[in-house]
Design a protein around this ligand. Structure first.
Ligand code: FAS
Ligand code: PHB
Length: 391
């Protein structure tokens, strides 16, 4: 069965769904092809911190009602290391805030809005293949409900995450990949407990990194650094709570509310960029092109800034026949990607325990924290990057 649209979108995660919505608001037709069921996509627990640029994007796309009702605006966070707590006051330092609102809820809101608008989303679409990307009529082949389908389009948006087929559709000799694998992962839990602190606490403890986050005033999200080969089954809830408490400031540890985990998983940490982010009529957005360690809370926010650039370029093409912005998309997106890559790498190296780290490097880490504690400019730099550089 043949289908036709203007923009074929592979991937129904935040990048693909936000792009579909923004295109619809601009009168541009798209179809979303998602491999998983909607339930599966909505079962994933991922990002929690939204840069203000992401908040504004969701507001401009009129999909912000629940976020503005239920989201938590945070004006700062705390960095705890070497027995010292350093408050980073975003509002005072750079006049900006962040919004705490789970990626899962954003995805749910996007699905609901796209359903209301009647945008076509195929779930359970398997074996997606991209063809004729270097022609004026690219297409996406896939199987849905046992039927082979082909979606002809003007452009393909590869929003299919790190393991999707889009990035691989760019010939290997046209791609350059940059990667750093970290020698640890994050064990994360979600628990129906009152968050230990009103704002996030990033702890660079000598036992290992820990992060206290949340989803709402009665749903906490915690992480601890674990060895790369660690397994979730090695960690009972009690073992997790005990280790987390050892890595927190004493006052926070004393008031930590523990409880049953409703989700527990380990995510490996990597930095990865694939260049270019476009080839022919294919444009990559989000994790399909880049992965950041979650220490800087940038993964989801980079997906939304890629979507901002691609949407703007597609509007210029369909409204004015101008394909200049499309040809500049990769460079514009990558410039912001590398800034977020740098910040996420710096936060990760500053706050994690590296088993093979030399004494010299440990002193450098301690001096980084001391610099934050004593320099307003140092805290301003962190606040500027954490709340999000301009698009
Ligand atoms: P996604 O991976 O979210 O979505 C891609 C979609 O494409 C998926 O739904 C997938 O099923 C689909 N797909 C894949 N192959 C396909 C195919 N062949 N055909 C059709 N569809 C296909 N970021 C943070 O900022 N903070 C965090 O704490 C954080 N935690 C994370 C934990 C984990 C375990 C992971 C994996 C990522 C985490 N991230 C975090 C990063 C995460 O939020 C991503 O940046 C975000 O999901 C990016 O969104 P997308 O680019 O849409 O990719
Ligand atoms: C989260 O709440 O999941 C979260 C918050 C901040 C991060 C990473 C994850 O840096």
């Amino acid at each position: 069965m043949k289908l036709r649209t203007q923009v074929g979108i592979i991937g129904g995660g935040p990048a693909g769904l936000l792009l579909a919505l923004k295109l619809f608001r601009s009168g541009i037709d798209s179809v979303v092809i998602e491999r998983r069921t909607r339930e599966y996509v909505l079962s994933r627990i991922r990002a929690g911190v939204l840069e203000w640029g992401t908040v504004e994007q969701l507001r401009n796309a009129s999909v912000n009602a629940r976020m503005d009702r239920e989201g938590l605006v945070h004006d700062g966070c705390t960095i705890f290391a070497n027995g010292k707590s350093v408050h980073i006051d975003f509002k005072k330092l750079v006049g900006k805030s962040v919004m705490i609102y789970g990626q899962t809820e954003i995805t749910r809101d996007l699905y609901n809005e796209l359903d209301t608008l009647g945008v076509l989303i195929f779930h359970g679409a398997e074996h997606a293949t991209l063809s004729d990307l270097d022609s004026e009529l690219p297409s996406i082949g896939f199987t849905h409900d046992g039927d082979k389908k082909r979606l002809d389009c003007d452009f393909v948006a590869g929003c299919d995450g790190f393991y999707g087929p889009s990035r691989q559709a760019i010939p290997a000799n046209e791609r350059r990949e940059f990667e750093k694998i970290y020698p640890f992962g994050w064990l994360g839990i979600l628990s129906e407990t009152v968050p230990v602190s009103e704002e996030l606490i990033y702890s660079g403890h000598e036992r290992g990194f820990a992060l206290c986050s949340m989803r709402n005033p009665s749903l906490s999200r915690y992480y601890i650094q674990v060895p790369l080969d660690d397994k979730v089954d090695n960690w009972s809830d009690d073992a997790f709570w005990n280790e987390l408490a050892l890595r927190l400031p004493k006052k926070a540890a004393a008031k930590l509310e523990t409880g049953r985990s409703v989700e527990k998983s380990i995510a490996p940490l990597r930095s990865f960029v694939s260049e270019p982010m476009s080839w022919g009529r294919l444009f990559l957005c989000g994790d399909a092109a880049h992965i950041v360690p979650p220490t800087g809370a940038k993964g989801l926010n980079l997906a939304t800034s890629d979507v901002y650039y691609l949407h703007k370029a597609l509007c210029a093409y369909y409204r004015h026949g101008d394909s200049q912005e499309l040809s500049r998309y990769s460079r514009a997106a990558l410039e912001r990607v590398w800034h977020a890559m740098r910040f996420s790498w710096r936060m990760t190296t500053m706050l994690h325990r590296f088993p093979e780290r030399s004494e010299f490097e440990n002193r450098i880490k301690a001096s980084e924290i001391e610099y934050l504690a004593t320099s307003r400019i140092g805290r301003q730099m962190l606040a500027e990057n954490y709340t999000g550089l301009p698009y």
